[in-house]
Structure formats: structure tokens, C-alpha cells
Design a protein around this ligand. Structure first.
Ligand code: F6P
Length: 534
């Protein structure tokens, strides 16, 4: 299969994407996937019917459909940890029945959501109060999946905010919690300690600092703490009463957890009803992913074109470029989702992979990126497949002219990447500017754009809670498909462990002023440098 794709790549070498549009005026329609208010346009890539069929055959050969069913029905597909992968249960319709080890898990999911709804409602209505009155600010302390999901969703859904202000602290750098708490009143602040394991050193360090801050002004600080965790015992031991602990099962991976208790800050900010719309959007994408034919299946096509670019064409990175300022945190969110899931070196059975499983994912919102790194995307020697996102409408009707400029820029960028500018056009430009001879040649060379650079565009009507739910679930399932095709486990993250272990040994060394015995020369020298200046 891979060899077929390699052959197709060689056969398409140098083929201009623009020429494909000239040959087939309906191309944009043929290679777009539409789902409920959204369109994914894959036509500005090398995709053609033969290539699409080969990519779909690759997915079928890898057993994506069977694995997908196994995921949705609670089979233990996270094989290295012996767990089901059921974040989809957190957003499943009310009448869903999903069993793990023969037991329906939906009753617990619904009961926990009802408790979240109760707490969020009481906070928003001012019934649940701090020592100094109604809660005005909520601080979510977490990291990785316990931070990126709710922080991203809160920023994305700002137009829906009508609850207490939400803040996010993740970094163990004391500057983060210091600067966040600096403007807050402990008597009207609620602290959410979000940690699946309740052992993550950054989160527990920040939580302890927040407790000290609270204790200096509040008689019963525990009453203003909530825990979101699978480790109820550790939360209780830390001093958070069971009625303030919101648990979730081990089959919810950290980077897939925004749909359940880890999303509490989002629910507090926008209310349970709109949080429900966010879940419903994701559930609609789940149903689509589970039932649509491959070529009409948005996550499937997003994954397959991504695989073509990374695994077959060898483009090492992928840029995510939301032309939507409120999605500013989406690239960081997708970095964890994609790179922690698919940044793996061995297949499920431990065999080393012969090609990289997943690309480097990076990006920033447009139009800002245009004035920073797009230079490289347009003229650098490396090809960066781009994934644009844009809404047809913004949330500021009075500022429609801003939105028109935003959309124009988004569309212009994908057009420019595809079209490029050849040397003749560059020469003509320089001749019009008054250059001639050798200087004209020199100036023209700098103004050539190779073009033929692939991009996809996800367009949607408006960034509502439902659309956000769809978009996030779209990317989750894309990661799933790519992972299955590569034969890896997308749901563990052993690669984060070694650094944590070594940091555990170095932190006391810093306090005690001596390097661990097995430290290398570079680490010793850096420790000395820091100690001498601490
Ligand atoms: O270190 C990686 C990681 O385990 C992520 O997978 C996870 O989202 C994050 O740390 C936070 O973990 P926890 O929610 O257990 O604090």
C-alpha cells in the first residue's frame, strides 16, 4: 500500500495544483466534505480520484472502521495501559448505552454532569458563595489536558461568557500563579484543582500555593476548592471534601477530557445549556465519523490528506492557522492532542516504526502569523502544509468590515500558496518598478514564489459552542485515524515520563547544592551556573 502511494507521489511530482482546477472546474466541490454548517475544502492539494481511492484503501486495509467501532463500544484499545478509550461517552446522547467490562457507564457520566450543572448553576446564580460574597473569579489549576482544553474552549467561547471570570494557571514557574492571583480577592475566588492523577507536580505545587494564598484571608479555604480528578482518595487526602470532587474514569485520556469534569470552568463561564451544545456538537461529529462513507467523512479525509503530506510526501510539519482570534489557543491544544497522541516510535506490538508517525504541529492565528512566519511558508525551501480555518460570520455585527478583511486574507493566503509567482512574472514586476539588467535579475529572484504549496481550509458559519464541539471532535478523530493507520497506540504517553523522573532527582539537588552522582558534565555545569547566581 505504502509503495503504491510512493509511486503516486513520484507520478505527481511537479504537477501544478492550479492546473487541476483548469482541467476540472468542479474540483472544489469534488474534493470538499460538508457536514452540518461546515465545509472542509481539500481541493488545494494533490488529491485526485485515484489518490483518494488509494488513501481510502490504506485506511480500510489498516482496519480503521473496525478499530473505530471498537473505540465507540468500549473495547480496551489503549493496549499498553489496558484501558478503553471512551471520551465519546462523555458527550453521548442521553439514551446511549455504553458498556465497559459489561457495565453501562452512562449512568455515572450523567450523574457527574448533573453535579457539575448544579455547582455551576449555584455559582453563576450567586447561591454558592465565598467568604466575601458571590464568587467573582474561578482559577483552574491544571496542566496539559487539564488546562489546554478548558483554557482553549473558554477563550473560543468568550461571546457566551456570562458567569464568573475564569483564569488558568498551568506552569510551575511561580510567575504564573503569582501574576494570576495578584489581581484576585481570595474571599470571592474559587480554585479548581484539575488533575486526572492528582499527582502532577506542577499542579500540586500551584494548588498548595493557592491554598496558602487563600488561607491567609479565608477562615475555611477548603470550602472554596473543588477537585476534578480520577483519584478521589488523593483529593480527599489533600483536603477537598468528597462532595466537591468530580471524578471521571481512567478511560478518559487527559488530552481528551474537556468534555467531562475537566470542562467545569467552561460550564461555569457559559452555563450548562451552552456547555450541552458544545457536547452536542462533538456528538454530532461522532455520529458523522461513525457512519459517513470514507470520502464524505470529514475526520477521515482530514487524516488521509494529512498522512499523504507527512508520511508519503515527507513534509515534516503541519501549520494550523485559525483566522479566528478566539481560537488563538487552538494550535497549542492541537499540539498536545496530535503530538502527545501520535508522536510515537513503535507500533502497538513494540516494533520500531520505519517512518515518523506524526508531524510537528504548530501555528498561530491569522492574520498575525502573516506578519511573522508566513515568509517561510511562502518562500522557504521546506513545504509546510497549511490548515486554514475561518468563520463566515463573526460575533461583532458592527465590525463586519473587520471580518471581511479577515476572510479575504485567509482566502488570499491559500490562493497565494497554490498560485505562487514565477520568474517571468517577477521580472515583469521589477521592470515596471524601473529595474533593468543584472539588478533586475537579482531583485526578481527574491520575488519568486514557488507556489504549488498544499493547504486545506475548514470554513464554518460561526464559532458557536456547537461548532467548537464539532471542530475539536473532528481533530480528535483525525488523530485516531492517523494513529490506526500507523499501527501505534495514540492513547498512551510514555514519552513524558523520563524527563519527569530526572527533574525529580534534580530539584532536591538544586536545594541541597550538589549534583546527582550520575549527572553528566553539561548538567553539572549548568547546575553550578544556576546555583552561583540563585
Ligand atoms: O505529562 C503528560 C500528562 O500526563 C498529560 O497527558 C496530561 O494531560 C497532563 O500530564 C496532566 O495530567 P494530570 O491531569 O494527571 O495532572
Amino acid at each position: 500500500m505504502w509503495q503504491d502511494l510512493e509511486r503516486m507521489r513520484a507520478a505527481r511530482q511537479g504537477r501544478r495544483i492550479e492546473a487541476l482546477f483548469a482541467a476540472d472546474p468542479a474540483r472544489a466541490d469534488t474534493f470538499s466534505v460538508r457536514v452540518d454548517g461546515m465545509v472542509l475544502d481539500c481541493s488545494k492539494t494533490q488529491l485526485d480520484t485515484e489518490l483518494r481511492a488509494a488513501l481510502i484503501a490504506l485506511a480500510e486495509g489498516a482496519g480503521v472502521a473496525e478499530r473505530r467501532e471498537a473505540m465507540f463500544t468500549g473495547a480496551p484499545i489503549n493496549e499498553t495501559e489496558g484501558r478503553a478509550v471512551l471520551h465519546t461517552a462523555l458527550r453521548a446522547p442521553d439514551d446511549a448505552r455504553i458498556k465497559v467490562d459489561g457495565r453501562d457507564v452512562m449512568a455515572d457520566v450523567r450523574a457527574t454532569r448533573a453535579r457539575m450543572t448544579e455547582l455551576a448553576g449555584a455559582l453563576r446564580a450567586g447561591r454558592l458563595r465565598g467568604q466575601g460574597g458571590a464568587i467573582t473569579d474561578v482559577v483552574n489549576i491544571g496542566i496539559g489536558g487539564s488546562d489546554l482544553g478548558p483554557a482553549m474552549a473558554c477563550a473560543a467561547l468568550a461571546p457566551c461568557h456570562d458567569g464568573p471570570r475564569c483564569h488558568f494557571v498551568s506552569n510551575v514557574d511561580g510567575a504564573h500563579i503569582h501574576d494570576t492571583l495578584a489581581g484576585l480577592n481570595p474571599e470571592t475566588t474559587l480554585i479548581i484543582v484539575a488533575s486526572k492523577t492528582f499527582t502532577t507536580v506542577e499542579t500540586m505545587t500551584n494548588a498548595a500555593t493557592a491554598r496558602d494564598w487563600m488561607a491567609a484571608r479565608v477562615a475555611d479555604p477548603g470550602a472554596q476548592f473543588v477537585a476534578l480528578s480520577s483519584n478521589a482518595d488523593a483529593a480527599a487526602e489533600w483536603g477537598i471534601a468528597p462532595e466537591r470532587v468530580f471524578g471521571f474514569a481512567d478511560w478518559v485520556g487527559g488530552r481528551y477530557s474537556v468534555w467531562g469534569p475537566i470542562g467545569l470552568s467552561v460550564m461555569i463561564a457559559i452555563g450548562a445549556e451552552r456547555f450541552g451544545e458544545f457536547l452536542n456538537g462533538a456528538a454530532a461529529m461522532d455520529a458523522h465519523f461513525r457512519t459517513a462513507a470514507p470520502q464524505d467523512n470529514m475526520p477521515m479525509m482530514l487524516a488521509l490528506v494529512g498522512l499523504w503530506h507527512h508520511q508519503v510526501c515527507g513534509h515534516a510539519t503541519r501549520a494550523v492557522l485559525p483566522y479566528d482570534q478566539r481560537l488563538a489557543l487552538l494550535p497549542a491544544y492541537l499540539q498536545q492532542l496530535e503530538m502527545e497522541s501520535n508522536g510515537k516510535g513503535v507500533t502497538m506490538d513494540g516494533t520500531p516504526l520505519d517512518r515518523a508517525a506524526g508531524p510537528v504541529v504548530w501555528g498561530a492565528p491569522g492574520t498575525n502569523g502573516q506578519h511573522a512566519f508566513y515568509q517561510l511558508i511562502h518562500q522557504g525551501r521546506q513545504v509546510v502544509p497549511c490548515e486554514f480555518m475561518v468563520a463566515a460570520r463573526g460575533h461583532e455585527p458592527d465590525l463586519a468590515h473587520h471580518h471581511r478583511l479577515l476572510v479575504a486574507n485567509c482566502l488570499a493566503q491559500s490562493q497565494a500558496l497554490m498560485r505562487g509567482r514565477d520568474i517571468d512574472a517577477a521580472r515583469a514586476l521589477m521592470a515596471r518598478a524601473g529595474y533593468s539588467g543584472a539588478e533586475l535579475e537579482r531583485q526578481a529572484a527574491h520575488r519568486v514564489f514557488p507556489g504549488n504549496r498544499p493547504s486545506m481550509t475548514l470554513a464554518y458559519d460561526r464559532l458557536t459552542p456547537r461548532r467548537l464541539g464539532q471542530i475539536v471532535a473532528l481533530y480528535e478523530h483525525r488523530v485516531f485515524v492517523e494513529g490506526v493507520i500507523m499501527g501505534i497506540n495514540s492513547f498512551d504517553q510514555w514519552g513524558v515520563e523520563l524527563g519527569k523522573e530526572l527533574a525529580g532527582a534534580l530539584a532536591p539537588a538544586l536545594a541541597e547544592g550538589r549534583a546527582p552522582e550520575d549527572a553528566d558534565g553539561s548538567t553539572r555545569a549548568l547546575l553550578d551556573f544556576v546555583r552561583e547566581r540563585a
